[in-house]
Design a protein around this ligand. Structure first.
Ligand SMILES: [Zn+2]
Length: 237
């Protein structure tokens, strides 16, 4: 009976794909069976940073020097307005295309795994404010973290780090204002939970590093802990 139901399900999804083929979110071409969200040709064309070659000393880590204690840093792609990485992350964030986040997370996890990053204990996504979470229904950084977790085999914790106050979207502010805003923006419900842990903080994209800095503030206060950071995109640094 279960087998029959499974076969009916497979037929239904094959029929569905015949009329509504899965397409690449970047170019709109149909995807091959082994491709997810983005086709291989588009993936190859995205602007790679190469930061993974220097986990402990790259431009993303240097962006936070003097502001936070960061062990290793990784960003997979450069991010610029009007380019493909931005439209992919926009579709993930605002159009509900969570498969993009999962797949980019898997790629980022695999990249870090094969490039000499140290072992991490927990993946911590940058939290959305609960109000935004209720409206959107998901947190894009959490989706990316889940994809990374599949490749790195470490758990994701979304319950400890939290926003302490609501602020308007960072992207609508000027650079100076963003710097002003980071103090006390995030906190930990249970700091002891991260005692002695190497935490991997995840965000979808970073521009000034202000959000990462704000999240690292409470994490850096946990005794014997270390913090590393990883994002899908970052602006040219
Ligand atoms: Zn494509």
């Amino acid at each position: 009976m279960n087998q029959a139901l499974k076969e009916i399900g497979q037929c239904a999804s094959a029929l569905f794909e015949l009329f509504f083929p899965r397409i690449c979110e970047a170019c709109g071409d149909p995807l091959y069976e082994n491709e997810k969200a983005i086709c291989k040709a588009c993936l190859r064309k995205l602007p790679r940073t190469g930061f993974e070659r220097n986990p402990y000393d790259n431009s993303l880590g240097q962006l936070l020097w003097g502001r936070s204690r960061v062990e290793t840093a990784c960003a997979m792609f450069y991010y610029r307005k009007g380019e493909t990485v931005q439209s992919l992350l926009h579709a993930l964030k605002y159009k509900g295309y969570t498969e993009i986040g999962l797949e980019l997370g898997r790629k980022l996890g695999a990249l870090m795994k094969s490039n000499g990053y140290p072992p991490f204990d927990v993946i911590v996504p940058v939290p959305l404010h609960p109000k935004k979470y209720r409206i959107r229904g998901y947190n894009q950084s959490e989706v990316i973290a889940k994809g990374m977790s599949e490749r790195l085999n470490i758990p994701v914790d979304c319950t400890n780090l939290h926003r302490t106050k609501h602020t308007t979207s960072q992207t609508s502010k000027g650079r100076f204002e963003r710097w002003e805003n980071v103090d006390g923006l995030f906190g930990l419900h249970d700091p002891d939970k991260y005692l002695g842990c190497h935490l991997l903080l995840i965000d979808d994209v970073t521009t000034t590093g202000a959000t990462l800095e704000a999240c690292i503030q409470p994490l850096n206060k946990v005794p014997y802990s270390k913090v590393s950071i990883a994002t899908i995109g970052c602006t040219y640094l």
